[in-house]
Design a protein around this ligand. Structure first.
Ligand SMILES: [Zn+2]
Ligand SMILES: [Zn+2]
Length: 280
C-alpha cells in the first residue's frame, strides 16, 4: 500500500541531525570550497549544523599548508559571510597544531575571535616532520614504525593534557599511510585514553581515514572501544577538504560508534558543549 503523502518522512541521509565540525577552506592552500559552498553541501545533507575549522596560522612562516597570520581576518570574514545566508548554524572553529612548548600561541589565538570550538591536532611528530605529509615519506626510513607510533601518541597525550582544545582530531592519524606496528596496538592508546578520561577531553571520530591508504576510520575500532568504555565522548566529522567531502561516510562512522556503545555525539557553541543523542 502506498504511504500517505503527508506522512512524516524518515531522514534520508546518515548525516541528518548531526554536525560536521572539521572542514577546510582554500586559505590552507590544499583545500577547495569556501565556507558558503561547504554550508550549501551541509544543508543538502540535512546536517543540523556545520563548523569551519581551517588549519591555524603560526606566528611566523612555518610550513606551506595553513593560512598566513595576515589572512586570519579574511577567514573570519568568510565564515561570517557564509552565516548570513545559511539556514543552519555555522560554527567558527580552528584546527590547531599542538607543538610541545608552544602552548602559549594557542592561548593567544583563542583570544583572537569568538570561537565556537578549537580542535587539537598532532601532525608533527618531530620538528619539521608532519607525519601525514606524503612529501615526507622518506622520514619513515629513519625510524622504526614502533618509534614513530610511540612518539606520535606521547605527543597526542600531551596535547590532550594541555586542556587547550574542545576536542582532539583524528586520534590515530599516524596510521594514515597504512604503516602500523605488529600485533595488538592497544597499548599505544592507553596513555591517551587515561589522559582524556582524566581531563574530560572528547575525541573526534573522523571519516577521513577511509579516504586514505589506511582505509579505516580515525581512530580504530580498538581505540574507540577503549574510549567508550572509559566514558569519553565523541564528535563525528569528515575533515572535508572539498564540499563533496562534507558529511562523507557518516553511515560508517555512526555504525561503528553505535557498535562500540555510543548513543550520541557532542555539539559546540561558544566553547560550550552539548550532548545530542542519535536520532534513531
Ligand atoms: Zn588539511
Ligand atoms: Zn583537518
Amino acid at each position: 500500500m502506498p504511504s500517505q503523502i503527508n506522512e512524516q518522512q524518515e531522514p534520508i541521509f546518515a548525516t541528518a541531525g548531526l554536525a560536521d565540525y572539521h572542514t577546510h577552506t582554500p586559505l590552507c592552500k590544499h583545500a577547495e570550497g569556501w565556507p558558503v559552498e561547504l554550508v550549501r553541501r551541509a544543508e543538502e545533507l540535512q546536517l543540523a549544523e556545520i563548523g569551519i575549522s581551517d588549519h591555524n596560522p603560526m606566528p611566523e612562516k612555518f610550513d606551506d599548508w595553513r593560512m598566513d597570520l595576515e589572512e586570519l581576518p579574511l577567514y573570519l570574514e568568510a565564515v561570517a559571510h557564509a552565516r548570513e545566508k545559511a539556514r543552519i548554524p555555522v560554527r567558527l572553529g580552528l584546527e590547531c597544531d599542538f607543538l610541545p612548548g608552544q602552548e602559549t600561541w594557542i592561548e593567544d589565538l583563542s583570544k583572537e575571535a569568538d570561537w565556537d570550538y578549537l580542535i587539537g591536532s598532532v601532525h608533527y611528530v618531530l620538528p619539521g616532520w608532519d607525519v601525514d605529509n606524503p612529501a615526507k615519506l622518506s622520514e619513515w626510513t629513519r625510524y622504526s614504525v614502533d618509534d614513530v607510533w610511540q612518539i606520535y601518541f606521547e605527543t597526542f597525550e600531551k596535547a590532550i593534557r594541555s586542556g587547550l582544545f574542545d576536542f582532539m582530531a583524528h586520534p590515530d592519524l599516524v596510521k594514515k599511510f597504512g604503516r602500523r606496528p605488529e600485533g595488538d596496538l592497544r597499548w599505544f592508546y592507553e596513555g591517551c585514553i587515561a589522559a582524556a578520561a582524566e581531563v574530560g577531553a572528547l575525541f573526534e571520530l573522523s571519516t577521513a581515514g577511509l579516504r586514505k591508504d589506511c582505509r579505516e576510520l580515525y581512530p580504530s575500532r580498538d581505540f574507540l572501544q577503549m574510549a567508550c568504555d572509559a566514558g569519553i565522548g565523541i564528535v563525528i566529522n569528515s575533515d572535508a577538504h572539498a564540499p563533496l567531502e562534507v558529511g562523507k561516510d557518516y553511515d560508517a562512522a555512526v555504525a561503528l560508534a553505535k557498535e562500540v556503545g555510543y548513543d550520541g555525539v557532542w555539539f559546540f557553541e561558544g566553547r560550550e558543549r552539548l550532548f545530542k543523542p542519535f536520532l534513531k
